[in-house]
Design a protein around this ligand. Structure first.
Ligand SMILES: NC(=O)C1=CN([C@@H]2O[C@H](COP(=O)(O)OP(=O)(O)OC[C@H]3O[C@@H](n4cnc5c(N)ncnc54)[C@H](OP(=O)(O)O)[C@@H]3O)[C@@H](O)[C@H]2O)C=CC1
Ligand SMILES: Nc1nc(=O)c2c([nH]1)NC[C@@H]1CN(c3ccc(C(=O)N[C@@H](CCC(=O)O)C(=O)O)cc3)C=[N+]21
Length: 297
């Protein structure tokens, strides 16, 4: 039987733990975890994510602020805002929603965020710590960290001896995902647009992570029977109910579910975990700022 991995339920568990941790920190030290989300421009999908981040932050008992800037905001104004947030003791986590408008150098903005408030885990310091296995003091990017929690829950054992294939090599998903799997002792292959015979490579995977951005690209006959399939893809297609767009992953769910041992749906898989791990990283940051041993998630 195929297990459908319920990312929504696991995310709700994580959020509940974050809330308890925040209450304990507040009771002990008076420090209230604070998160600032910055959005530039009016991309509708980005606005949806930013709204749900604010809502979850309130659920966790955090101090939560949002800066919505117009799409013609200059790079120097954005740098100045990030520097102000870096210096604000009430803020423990800063997230600048990506993508940014073309006239702003996203890399420059990311490196301006103080590494100890970089709850996205995109700053060089955090990338380096993940690469060298310093996970106790790193911030790990939320989507791969959330995917890893789902993998651990689905498999319930150490990953030694298992083959993992990550399709996609972006800095925000594919590469950090590969590093996490390697840290967990899986044997990892990272595939991308130049990979030869991707279907055959995917068929070798006990753990298959799809982070490609191509709707339903990975078919059932690319999936090894019994494999754990994690679909990171979020693709909006026309033709949903009531003229709305329909959300699909990078995996052809219907055919892949026939082969997989466990599989994440889209929506309701990795997406909710991303937001839950953002809350987890923020509460961890607040514990560190207060000089307290941080909880683990
Ligand atoms: N659930 C969530 O919380 C999140 C979901 N996402 C979703 O995950 C997906 C990936 O995001 P992201 O990593 O930012 O995307 P990017 O566009 O940055 O990276 C896509 C990767 O896929 C590879 N690729 C593209 N086409 C193919 C192909 N035909 N065969 C093999 N590899 C291919 C690219 O290869 P190359 O490097 O050679 O170009 C690249 O490495 C998207 O659907 C995005 O919306 C992203 C972030 C969070
Ligand atoms: N600095 C930065 N950090 C990010 O982490 C970041 C970002 N920029 N830019 C955009 C991507 C994308 N992302 C998602 C978050 C939640 C869902 C999510 O909650 N998805 C729901 C569905 C939501 C819907 O209906 O649209 C689900 O899959 O069930 C999806 C995608 C975070 N990202």
């Amino acid at each position: 039987m195929t297990t459908v991995i319920d990312g929504k339920a696991v995310a709700a568990d994580v959020v509940a733990k974050v809330r308890v941790a925040a209450e304990q920190l507040i009771a002990k030290t008076g420090v209230v975890p604070g998160i600032a989300v910055v959005i530039v421009g009016h991309d509708p999908a980005s606005q949806v994510y930013v709204a749900s981040k604010g809502k979850k932050a309130k659920e966790c008992g955090f101090h939560s602020i949002e800066h919505a800037l117009s799409s013609d905001t200059s790079e120097s104004d954005l740098v100045a805002l990030v520097e102000k947030l870096n210096a604000d003791p009430a803020i423990h986590g800063i997230l600048v929603q990506l993508p940014l408008p073309n006239h702003i150098d996203a890399g420059k903005i990311i490196q301006t965020i103080a590494a100890d408030k970089d709850v996205d885990g995109f700053h060089f310091t955090n990338v380096g710590k993940l690469g060298t296995g310093e996970l106790d003091t790193a911030f790990v990017p939320c989507t791969p960290a959330g995917s890893m929690l789902l993998i651990e829950r689905a498999l319930g054992r150490d990953l030694s001896g298992l083959n993992a294939v990550v399709v996609g090599r972006s800095n925000i998903v594919g590469k950090p995902m590969a590093n996490l799997l390697l840290n967990a002792n899986a044997t990892v292959t990272v595939a991308h647009s130049r990979t030869k015979d991707l279907p055959a490579l995917c068929r070798s995977a006990d753990i298959l992570v799809a982070a490609v951005g191509r709707p339903e690209m990975i078919k059932g006959d690319w999936v090894k029977p019994g494999a754990t399939v994690i679909d990171v893809g979020i693709n909006r297609l026309d033709g949903g109910a009531n003229g709305k767009s329909k959300l699909v992953g990078d995996v052809d769910y219907a055919s892949a579910a026939e082969q997989a041992g466990a599989i994440t749906p889209v929506p309701g898989g990795v997406g909710p975990m991303t937001i839950a791990l953002l809350m987890a990283n923020t509460v961890v940051s607040a514990f560190r700022a207060a000089g307290q041993a941080a909880p683990r998630f």
